[in-house]
Design a protein around this ligand. Structure first.
Ligand SMILES: [Zn+2]
Length: 313
């Protein structure tokens, strides 16, 4: 199974970055969630990425990169979406090294249009080194690369820093000067930043607890944007203060990853309805509608981005 077709996603991202249109990236920890996500994007003429992270394959029920690619080919309309390989960390959330080269060889052979290498647990220059290697693997295949600089916490086991302390002390925030150097030295296309955002917890004991309402340091984001000059990515997009989301989109955030809110909608509905998958999918549709119409205001963004991208090429 190899996904074919010209890869326009880089042009779409440039257009979205300049026009300040956000592209949500929707995580699929359970395979049946994908058709509900794809259908809702098409229904509202909205553009969004469908994505899966390595830990969703290992710790949830995404099954494999190949199963996700096959489901994508079956249910997704490329006018409204593109397939992205989310987080493959160099060091995983449990502190173990990952054979990221093997992962990316597979992802590239399956036709994913963009991918993320997460070297954020490495020292700065090691993160630069492996991100550069991934760019060298991906760019000749016309595949775009996202990297992460700074620490977006939440995936690790063990006690987390209290949120107020993290935000006030800018703990793990992306350093703007480093961001500039990182982009120049790696040639990466999109950069995931830490500005107060946190991932939804995934450790089994806490993954269903409510997520803290995160805030974003917009002044800090502006400095990163000025230094990096490429589309920026916000991970942990579920449950961020609405006015901060709006400001982030106006200040360089082009891609917002959404995991927890869709996963919980699916899992809770499935549980309440005795395992009925259609009930889970209906809940995902409702959550998607809320994201598209109320949070991101991207009804019609697929047509708009297609026009803008056409004008650029
Ligand atoms: Zn993430």
């Amino acid at each position: 199974m190899v996904l074919t077709g010209k890869n326009n996603i880089g042009v779409y991202f440039k257009a979205a970055y300049e026009a300040k249109i956000v592209i949500p990236a929707l995580n699929v920890p359970h395979v049946p969630m994908m058709s509900a996500i794809a259908d809702t994007l098409a229904e509202y003429d909205a553009f969004g990425l469908i994505e899966v992270a390595l830990l969703e394959i290992v710790k949830f029920k995404s099954q494999s990169w190949a199963v996700i690619a096959a489901e994508y080919e079956r249910v997704a309309d490329p006018r409204y979406t593109s397939l992205h390989a989310d987080h493959t960390p160099a060091i995983d959330e449990d502190g173990l090294p990952v054979d990221w080269k093997a992962v990316f060889q597979e992802v590239l052979s399956l036709g994913y249009k963009s991918l993320m290498i997460d070297g954020s647990r490495l020292p700065f220059y090691e993160n630069i080194k492996i991100t550069s290697e991934v760019v060298k693997m991906a760019h000749p295949k016309d595949v775009f690369v996202e990297a992460e600089l700074g620490a977006v916490s939440g995936h690790e086991e063990g006690p987390a820093i209290p949120y107020a302390e993290l935000f006030a002390g800018k703990k793990g925030f992306t350093n703007p000067e480093e961001a500039g150097e990182f982009v120049k030295k790696t040639g990466v296309d999109w950069l995931s930043v830490a500005i107060g955002n946190v991932h939804g917890p995934i450790a089994a004991a806490v993954r269903n607890q409510p997520k803290v309402e995160a805030m974003l340091d917009i002044a800090h984001l502006k400095k990163i944007k000025a230094a990096a000059g490429i589309p920026l990515v916000l991970h942990g997009g579920s449950g961020v203060k609405q006015s901060d989301v709006d400001q982030a989109i106006l200040n360089g955030i082009t891609k917002i990853n959404i995991g927890a809110v869709l996963r919980k909608a699916y899992e809770f509905a499935l549980e309440g309805e005795g395992g009925n998958i259609a009930a889970g999918q209906a809940a995902v549709r409702d959550a998607m509608q809320n994201l598209i119409c109320n949070l991101f205001h991207i009804e019609g963004s697929a047509t708009r981005l297609r026009q803008l991208a056409g004008n650029q090429s």
